[in-house]
Design a protein around this ligand. Structure first.
Ligand SMILES: Cc1cc2nc3c(=O)[nH]c(=O)nc-3n(C[C@H](O)[C@H](O)[C@H](O)COP(=O)(O)O)c2cc1C
Length: 261
């Protein structure tokens, strides 16, 4: 074949494309398990951080993340319809409540809501965090809902009283760095511990306000909004109130408060 012919050029390009695609897909397959491990490690780190078992500026090796996690945290499953702990059936692989929420067979569809969450899974993941004496001390709940640009996925740590915030963090979102992305700012996250997610009637009551809220003691339900990012701020309010409500963790938290979960 002539090197300067059209057929040669097209064939050469096709061979290069095939070789590259084999290399890329091979790498993706080979690295999949490592990627999954890293995602799991990152989630474990976030759970440790939101429950105060890992400081914001603390850098620890993967083995230490796993050790702390196993020592103090138990992964549990909650049937959101009943509000009780449950066991998972034979689910292959790692259970993912977000995937379950996308499957009509394993989720409950919601009416249109401000958090723009279309469905909640029948079974949610809850991390029970024990104190040093081994007693249940707090519960880390997976929550998600829309910001301005993206679905924000995070963890809300609640005290064993089932209403006092111990921490809030997001592990995935696509909000603008410096604006909505400030949901990751440690100074903003520090405003959350001590707030109460329910009012005196047991209704979800978090409000993220434009401007400044008071301290948790004087202003238990309100938190300062992020400046220049009211839509993301309201998204955080909406998603917390949705997940604290009757179709989220509400029934489970009510049972927790009565000591009957
Ligand atoms: C490039 C660009 C990125 C923006 N990113 C966000 C964002 O991530 N979250 C958000 O709430 N608002 C974002 N905004 C601003 C919103 O459009 C809107 O003006 C803002 O939420 C209103 O908040 P404010 O009342 O505190 O100014 C962005 C605006 C621009 C121009």
């Amino acid at each position: 074949m002539q090197r300067n012919s059209t057929l040669y050029t097209i064939s050469f390009a096709a061979v290069v494309c095939v070789i590259c695609s084999i290399v890329v897909s091979g790498a993706a397959v080979l690295l999949k398990s490592r990627q999954d491990r890293n995602v799991l490690l990152d989630r474990q780190k976030k759970v440790l951080a939101v429950s105060g078992l890992l400081e914001a500026d603390e850098s620890i090796p993967p083995q230490e993340v796993q050790r702390r996690f196993e020592e103090r945290i138990t992964t549990k499953y909650v049937d959101l319809r009943e509000g009780t702990f449950t066991e998972l059936g034979d689910t292959p692989g790692i259970y993912d409540p977000v995937k379950a929420a996308n499957d009509p067979a394993s989720s409950t569809a919601l009416e249109p809501n401000p958090a723009q969450v279309r469905a909640v899974p029948h079974v949610a993941l809850v991390y029970e965090v024990r104190d040093e004496a081994g007693a249940a001390d707090q519960y880390v709940l997976q929550v998600w809902g829309n910001g301005l640009w993206s679905t924000m996925y995070g963890y809300l740590a609640l005290d064993k009283d089932g209403e006092t915030v111990r921490g809030l963090t997001f592990y995935e979102h696509g909000e603008t760095p410096g604006l909505g992305g400030e949901v990751d700012n440690p100074a903003w996250k520090a405003l959350w511990p001590g707030r109460k997610v329910f009012d005196e009637n047991g209704e979800p009551a978090i409000e993220v306000v434009k401007g400044e809220a008071g301290s948790p003691e004087e202003d238990p339900h309100r938190v300062d909004g992020l400046s220049g990012a009211t839509i993301t701020s309201k998204g955080v309010e909406h998603l917390i109130n949705l997940w604290m409500g009757g179709q989220g963790y509400g029934p489970f938290l009510a049972k927790l408060r009565e000591g009957a979960a």
